[in-house]
Unconditional design. Structure first.
Ligand SMILES: Cc1ncc(COP(=O)(O)O)c(C=O)c1O
Length: 500
């Protein structure tokens, strides 16, 4: 079959024949390739002669997809207060810029000299992130926060090996995100868990008792996952460095201190930034995200390669790797997420970034006060002001009427609202982890608080009604294990036969 005959065949199944013909006209290289028989290059057994593509009227197709799009919920539709995720508004100008045709067609192998403008943007972005974090060098070789953690843990390992020290323990607080211990374990460390004290800080007495000549480092996020700033961060830094270890900053919660405080000034040696969180690249549904790993001067040699450098007024990739940890991925990061980050910082400027932090902290504390006053939800670890997020507990509801955090989350869906993160951090029973970000208005915050209060009242009146929710969503309660397909356990071959 000739390629252009195939195109005419396609034309037949598309109702708008005329428009399609015009489209074909603008296809490049039409003349050059019009006599090429593509099948000539394909093995006979894979050539498809009859293709049974279903044909539907255009209007039916349009309605189907519009309906599907209306069933999706995202930041463009309403509040997404997923704690630890920092789901903020992605300014539309970002989309306009990253949809640039030239960018879309750029091949990752494009020679440096043809992309000097883009490299200059990446260079400038690195300078800004260094300033924001208080670090000396950054790499965008890591595609996500967890990859940054792994890179950081590998750097810590290599650093100690180079010093001839056998340090095989990584300290991680019990409030940490699961990726912290996982990354440390992947880098070959034994994970030592640190308890949280009654004020929501790392228990410094336990920390003192845990450090030894085996301590490689401590992975910490500050503010922590309770939304609380570590009150003893100076002391923690002294203890870790005094024991010969390094301090790793999990930047997932940077929104809570952005433009106000810097990990580098708190004593951290390595920082990862979840660019898709703090700097607005959308990452719902698992990506595509972007991240950076930044280090202090003495650790620069360990950063993954290539590093972007300047030589004779040009930007070049430096692949030299005496002691670097290698590459974390092919090519250099997710350019689209990096560009969104660049635009976000460019638009806001230093004062705007500080405001991002201030408004997100204000929003969180406003919600915290209102919800606390209702008396329905408990606030573990005291009432001192939170930073970017707050973690309530639905323990009382569960004890009184059997309604759990999961039930509350499902009831929110029936009210047209997105659920918060639930059951994390693990140190809060029946956790409801709410993060509002700077994007949300007072109207949206109040609506959210009212919904949570209304659900609690309903739970006391008719708990089963809450337990039966959601009723107004496309699908009702899903089997949590099966909903996340890879976790579905197939326990017998009998099941496989029956379902095939
Ligand atoms: C506190 C914390 N650390 C690390 C991560 C991992 O980041 P990423 O999802 O970018 O891999 C997350 C993700 O939600 C997080 O909340």
């Amino acid at each position: 079959m000739n390629i252009w005959r195939q195109a005419r065949w396609l034309e037949d199944i598309i109702p708008l024949k005329k428009g399609f013909k015009n489209l074909l006209h603008v296809l490049p290289y039409e003349d050059e390739f019009k006599d090429v028989d593509v099948n000539h290059y394909l093995p006979e057994k894979i050539v498809r002669r009859d293709i049974d593509i279903p044909a539907y009227p255009e209007l039916e197709v349009v309605r189907h997809y519009v309906r599907l799009s209306q069933e999706s919920y995202g930041v463009n539709t309403g509040t997404v207060p997923l704690g630890s995720c920092t789901m903020k508004y992605n300014p539309k100008i970002n989309d306009v810029v990253v949809k640039n045709e030239v960018l879309e067609e750029l091949h990752p192998e494009t020679p440096e000299e043809l992309v000097q403008g883009l490299l200059e943007i990446l260079w400038e972005l690195e300078q800004w992130l260094k300033e924001i974090t208080g670090m000396d060098r950054c790499s965008f070789q890591v595609p996500a926060g967890a990859a940054g953690e792994l890179a950081g843990a590998l750097i810590i390992r290599q650093y100690h090996i180079d010093r001839g020290e056998n340090r095989d323990e990584m300290l991680v607080p019990d409030s940490a995100h699961g990726t912290n211990p996982a990354s440390a374990a992947m880098a070959g460390f034994k994970v030592v868990t640190l308890p949280t004290d009654t004020n929501g800080n790392v228990d410094t007495e336990a920390l003192k008792a845990s450090v030894s000549r085996r301590t490689a480092g401590l992975m910490l996020t500050n503010p922590n996952t309770l939304g609380l700033f570590e009150e003893h961060i100076d002391k923690i830094s002294d203890i870790i460095h005094g024991a010969g270890g390094l301090l790793y900053y999990d930047g997932a919660n940077l929104n809570g201190i952005l433009g106000v405080a810097r990990p580098g000034d708190m004593g951290f040696d390595i920082v990862h930034l979840n660019l898709h969180k703090t700097f607005s690249a959308p990452h719902g549904g698992g990506g595509p995200g972007g991240a950076a790993i930044c280090v202090k001067k003495e650790l620069e040699g360990y950063l993954p390669r290539p590093l972007l450098t300047r030589s004779g007024g040009r930007f070049v990739w430096d692949y030299s790797c005496d002691k670097c940890i290698g590459m974390m991925r092919v090519y250099y990061g997710n350019i689209i997420a990096l560009l969104r980050t660049y635009l976000y910082i460019l638009m806001l400027g230093p004062q705007g970034l500080r405001e991002v932090c201030e408004v997100s902290v204000l929003n969180t504390n406003y919600l915290m006060k209102k919800l606390l006053n209702s008396g329905f939800y408990e606030l573990p670890y005291g009432t001192r002001p939170r930073k970017h997020e707050v973690v309530f507990s639905a323990r009382k509801l569960k004890k009184d009427v059997g309604v759990t955090a999961e039930d509350v989350a499902k009831a929110l869906l029936d009210r047209g609202l997105h659920a918060p993160t639930i059951y994390f951090p693990l140190i809060v029973e029946e956790a409801l982890m709410i993060e509002l970000t700077e994007s949300e208005s007072i109207y949206d915050i109040e609506r959210y608080v009212e919904a949570l209060i209304e659900i609690a009242k309903e739970a006391y009146r008719d708990p089963q009604k809450i337990k039966n929710s959601p009723k107004h969503t496309t699908v009702s309660r899903l089997d949590l294990a099966k909903a996340n397909h890879p976790r579905t356990l197939v326990l017998s071959t009998k099941y496989l036969k029956e379902s095939s």
